[in-house]
Design a protein around this ligand. Sequence first.
Ligand SMILES: Cc1ncc(COP(=O)(O)O)c(C=O)c1O
Length: 412
Amino acid sequence: MGQGTLGSFAAPLFGAGLLTSWEAIGLDNPQNKTEAYWDLVKSQFNLAEGLHYFNNASLGASSTHIQQATNTFRNLLDGFPSKYMWGGWEDEKEEVRRKVANLFSVSPEEIALTHNTTEGMNLIARSFDLNPGDEVILADHEHASGTIPWEVWQETKGITLVRPELPILPKTVSDLVEVYEKAITPKTKVISMCHIVNTNGMVLPVKQVSKMAHEKGILVAVDGAQSAGMFTIDLRDLNCDFYTASSHKWLFSPKGVGIFYAKKESQDFLKPLIVARGHTDTSIRRLENYNTRNLPEVLGLGASIDFHHIIGGERIHQRTFELKKYFRSKLEGDSRFTIKTPALDDLSGAIQVVEVNGQDVKDVKEQLWDRYGIDCRPMSSKGLNALRLSFAIYITKKDIDYLVAALKALAA
Ligand SMILES: Cc1ncc(COP(=O)(O)O)c(C=O)c1O
């Protein structure tokens, strides 16, 4: 992985002296995997008093370090607006691009800094000059951000959207690969797929689908909104053509910052969504040029990647699966609950959904909030009737115990 190659993460951020001394806090001790360590991680976030936040899949929280770094950039900008907006931060922006590229094991020349996943999915769909009858595969669990841009082409250009159904509880990765295999026809031009679906947290087989698609000259676009930051991702290895993510979820960045990856060989397909000065740039930077933009937030993304590395990508990766297993072990075999996310680590991570049998999920969600201060997302689509629970790094096993006790009380 590229994660170890960034040099000194503890160096003061861009010379502004922004980083706390991680050593002093004890956050950078790579050997420490105790619950006390994760309490320390949690203490870096300032979620509201009394809130039990299991809703990271909707929106992440930034740690205080990330907030402070972003605020410092905001203050600097407001101290000399024209300087920083128009070139004063070019090097810093490029440094963020390098950090993102490193995190995903790709080249900085393959990364654009955008606003969110929705923008990335639009950028991809709107770039393609498809003809009537050309097919795009979008499985039934795709997020609206990934389907709407193609639906517009269906209405206006007559392209065909192929919407295969995914099993909710696949037993193996092949069960999912098969669905895509069957959906491909000689007319397929693009497969657009989530890395992790937002409905039940299932991981989709991007690597296997990309291999299959490329053998047939089909391009693969990936919605990484729910995966970027949750576990280790090597985009070179996944080998999709495009990957777009919202860093304000599992990377805890400032809001309204997105990551867009386009494989070097596939960049020629892409046209900027917004054309402004710089739109003829031959590099990937042409895709991120909005003129005046949210630069403090973009630079705050750099701080969020520093924070990710301080804890350690590998430790975060392991914790994701540890928390998932811990949660599942508390409910599996209990006839009052149905877990509607596949169990295998190849098939799910830190998003799990559970039905309280015989109860409407909207009622359960409301009661969890009213009685226990637990925030999570009710998922009614695809017959799920299940609570979507996110186990981000600020969630401890104690938090899961609290959640499980609340669920059991409501189910009783
Ligand atoms: C799978 C998926 N794609 C796209 C989005 C849209 O994200 P954003 O609003 O940051 O563009 C979400 C948001 O929850 C999502 O879960």
